[in-house]
Design a binder for this molecule. Structure first.
Ligand SMILES: Nc1ncnc2c1ncn2[C@@H]1O[C@H](COP(=O)(O)OP(=O)(O)OP(=O)(O)O)[C@@H](O)[C@H]1O
Length: 369
């Protein structure tokens, strides 16, 4: 089959390609009723002229936290004008200005100018509007751990939650979303008593739940008969073993693309085998290939540590010995590798000021030997 055929072949096995997109919101959202109810309980007072209840939303990656919040926010906004719900991804918006710009956009429908207007003006406009129109504000800060550097989180939490001191009747709340239990302790250290939250836990899905969710997604995304239950079962096992439902959804999409590129009306076992190779290794290898010499040296230090997990302090000592570089270079690399999801750096709660961090690889150490 030539390239023309691949590009122009107009038969498709996808009923709805978007069903596999990362931001797709499934209509059928099962197994999260109790968490949705707990979130609704937190929002309820705001609908009745009270203050919303603050919450920490805690659960591993791909356990449905973002989806639950987005669905609930949509329901609230469809049923009441009294509450403004602002969802913010703190991996993308990491500054005080960036976060309040998002809130501003939600309230006014356009962004504040990026220069020439002081932060206090933007803040005032937001709170003044809420106060005069008697609307409550709930801000969901997803992946809030990205605000933990320089005590930024405390400042932002304070700005949002203490607004009522300067503006009459302003009623505000925060849903802080975290995907790692380690960050739960870090949150307390980073945000003082201004934030006393309810905890809402999203437990990992069982194998059966993952299978059911993937089967449902395949039904929406593919035409009938394109993928067999046996293949969905294999994908569900892989997703369950890695603890990552998102990996399972990705595999469905990649398998579909491979089958389609071959003009095969069905997904075969060979497509899944190829998809598994592609989905893990190409992304990993590409990332590694693009790292600088010093960034690779950093990863080698982690690999050389064998089964022991390093603290950031130990890693820095070794990094300095090998490269002669400063702590700030070390720290920049650490942040970059974390951003690329090659490492996790949970706080241990130990060390001076309780902010010692561990460096935990997210890749298998043998992989790179
Ligand atoms: N109960 C469910 N039913 C259907 N799809 C689900 C369910 N839970 C999660 N998903 C799907 O899994 C993917 C990840 O979900 P989501 O982004 O809500 O998880 P998360 O907990 O916010 O993850 P992260 O912490 O990595 O941001 C999405 O594609 C979502 O549609």
């Amino acid at each position: 089959m030539g390239i023309d055929d691949i590009l122009l072949h107009d038969e498709t096995i996808f009923r709805n390609m978007q069903a596999f997109d990362p931001d797709y919101i499934p209509e059928n959202f099962k197994y999260r009723d109790s968490q949705m109810e707990a979130l609704a309980v937190c929002i309820r007072p705001a609908l009745m002229n009270g203050r919303p209840i603050n919450a920490v939303v805690l659960g591993a990656c791909a356990t449905g936290k973002t989806t639950a919040i987005k669905k609930l926010f949509e329901m609230v906004e469809n049923s009441s004008e009294k509450v403004i719900c602002s969802y913010i991804n703190c991996q993308l918006h990491t500054t005080r200005f960036g976060i309040f710009s998002q809130i501003y956009y939600k309230i006014f429908g356009y962004y504040p100018p990026e220069t020439g207007v002081p932060f206090s003006r933007i803040y005032h406009d937001i709170m003044h509007k809420l106060s005069t129109e008697d609307k409550a504000l709930i801000v969901a800060l997803d992946d809030v751990n990205h605000l933990f550097h320089d005590r930024k989180a405390n400042r932002i939490f304070y700005d949002i939650l203490r607004a009522y001191e300067a503006f009459d009747n302003v009623r505000t709340g925060i849903f802080a979303v975290l995907s790692d239990i380690e960050f739960r302790y870090a949150l307390d250290k980073n945000v003082d008593s201004v934030f006393i939250p309810q905890e809402i836990i999203f437990q990992p899905y069982s194998y059966e739940e993952i299978y059911d969710i993937l089967k449902d997604r395949a039904r929406i995304g593919f035409y009938d008969g394109v993928i067999s239950d046996e293949l969905i079962d294999e994908i569900a096992i892989l997703a369950f073993e890695t603890g990552d439902l998102r990996y399972g959804i990705n595999l469905l999409r990649v398998c579909g693309n491979l089958a389609e590129a071959e003009a095969s009306p069905r997904i075969k076992k060979s497509h899944l085998e190829e998809a598994i190779k592609d989905t893990i290794s190409t992304s990993f290898n590409d990332t590694i290939k693009n790292l600088s010499k010093n960034e690779r040296e950093f990863l080698k230090i982690i690999i050389d540590a064998g089964s022991e997990n390093l603290t950031a302090g130990q890693a820095y000592k070794e990094f300095k010995r090998r490269t002669g570089l400063s702590y700030s270079s070390f720290n920049r690399i650490l942040e970059k590798l974390e951003f690329l999801r090659l490492i996790d750096t949970p706080f241990t709660g130990k060390g001076r000021r309780g902010n010692a961090r561990l460096i935990i690889p997210r890749f298998k150490k043998e992989l790179d030997k």
